[in-house]
Design a protein around this ligand. Structure first.
Ligand code: LLP
Length: 422
């Protein structure tokens, strides 16, 4: 459920007409709904506590790294899952307490590990032996011990898009299942490492509960083995990955997800952490765009809009589906016809939808790409020297620009011409 609805024929974001936002800030623009963020956070938090779990929610900042969005979730009680120093700095700037931040990622650098340790974060999820050794050295040099969970790769097929599956043995992520025990033992012998738990993340946009269950059961087995080896495993980080409906999918509900955790891991006496990204922010965001012009091709009609693949990469990268709706509601009997909705970028891949059935459109009309709150703005680039899209946060009848559109002057200012060209 979200808070983007038609009222009297116009699309609203909570109590704000989407057209008013477009008028105020121009297009394209991302718009997020506070009430939707709060609803999704609340549903998940209630599901976890309803299943009797001692569990925390560390929001996966990569899904939407706007500081105001992070802060909205932090104010509801969320911690953060970060994968770079930049994300860690954002989480801290948003007011997430350091002791609610976990640091994941397969390629953390020495500088990033040092910054994380000095910030006093809750946990570092380590993904390889060399990373473990490096982290130990960095911690020892600072007279510290790093709180570590080893991210293990359970070799489970998440059944999701190949580019976002992470828990199979051929993926770059996590510690190989067969060697986990041995690497835990190595960790115990390192002076800068305090082994606190196990971490795992099998993929994103999962629409079936079975792979989660399978991974949780494997973790359960591992905990038993590690405890028998004398480890005090007190934390389990179960990653993110619960899917959202983009095109009629019916992902497991947060309650199903929590029940699967309770049934497989609930009796282990561990504090659980989940790292949802998309679930919290996906449906809480839209991308507002304007039709630049209509074009009749030889075999197709094109609606050319002012947003492009650099603003929302998902359709180009994963063939992802985003619902597209007009801001001015079309009459129920409007004649719909198939058209391709495309951006202005000089690539055929810059296509948001192929042969989508839409009501009549004309230059100047406003459209919205839905479910764009996750992996939209955070994956944007300036390809074709387009300016990054501004981000707007709505709360009730108010809206605020939470990241402004940069200027062309700012875009050019970062570059310099070497002496020999002047
Ligand atoms: N934890 C870890 C370690 C992750 O790698 C991810 C996502 C998450 C949590 C959050 O997963 P979520 O709950 O959002 O599924 N750009 C892609 C998704 C990439 C996900 C990467 N890792 C997309 O637009 O579909």
């Amino acid at each position: 459920m979200d808070h983007f609805e038609y009222r009297d024929g116009w699309l609203f974001a909570e109590d704000v007409p989407v057209a008013a936002i477009a008028e105020a800030v121009g297009t394209p623009a991302y718009c997020y709904s506070t009430a939707t963020l709060a609803r999704h956070y609340g549903v998940l938090a209630d599901a976890l506590s309803g299943a009797g779990l001692d569990a925390g929610i560390c929001y996966a900042v990569k899904a939407n790294s706007n500081i105001a969005v992070i802060r909205t979730l932090a104010a509801l009680g969320a911690g953060a899952d970060v994968v770079s120093e930049g994300e860690l700095r954002r989480a801290l700037a948003a007011g997430v307490p350091a002791d609610r931040i976990v640091f994941s990622g397969v390629g953390k650098t020495a500088e990033e590990l040092a910054f994380a340790l000095e910030s006093g974060i809750h946990q570092i999820n380590v993904e390889s032996e060399p990373e473990l050794a490096l982290l130990s050295e960095i911690a020892v040099a600072r007279g510290m011990r790093a709180p570590v969970a080893l991210r293990v790769n359970p070799d489970v097929d998440a059944g999701t898009h190949e580019k976002i599956t992470t828990g199979r043995k051929e993926n770059k992520f996590g510690i190989e299942w067969a060697r986990a025990r041995e690497i835990y033992r190595q960790a115990r012998d390192l002076p800068g490492i305090d082994v606190v738990g196990v971490a795992c993340h099998i993929g994103s946009q999962l629409t079936d509960i079975a792979p989660f269950r399978e991974a949780f059961l494997r973790i359960r087995d591992l905990v038993a083995v590690l405890r028998a080896d004398g480890f005090t495993i007190r934390r389990l980080d179960l990653g993110g990955g619960l899917g959202v409906p983009y095109e009629g999918e019916t992902p497991p509900s947060p309650a199903d997800y929590a029940r699967a955790m309770a049934a497989t891991l609930g009796d282990l006496g561990c504090r659980l952490v989940v790292e949802p990204g998309r679930l919290l922010v996906g449906n809480a965001g839209i991308l507002i765009t304007r039709v630049v012009r209509m074009k009749e091709g030889a075999t197709r009609t094109f609606a050319i809009v002012d947003a492009a693949m650099n603003d929302l990469l998902r359709p180009a990268l994963y063939d992802a589906h985003h619902a597209i709706v007009p801001v001015a509601q079309a009459p129920a009997d409007a004649p719909r016809r198939p058209m391709d909705v495309v951006g202005p970028i000089c690539e055929t891949g810059d296509t948001f939808a192929r042969q989508r059935s839409l009501p009549p459109l004309a230059a100047g009309d406003l459209l919205v790409l839905r479910t764009a709150g996750a992996y939209g703005a955070s994956m944007a680039s300036t390809y074709n020297s387009r300016l990054l899209v501004p981000e707007i946060l709505v709360k009730g009848a108010h809206f605020a620009v939470v990241r402004r559109r940069p200027t062309y002057e700012e875009m050019l200012a970062a570059e310099t011409v070497p002496d020999w060209l002047t």
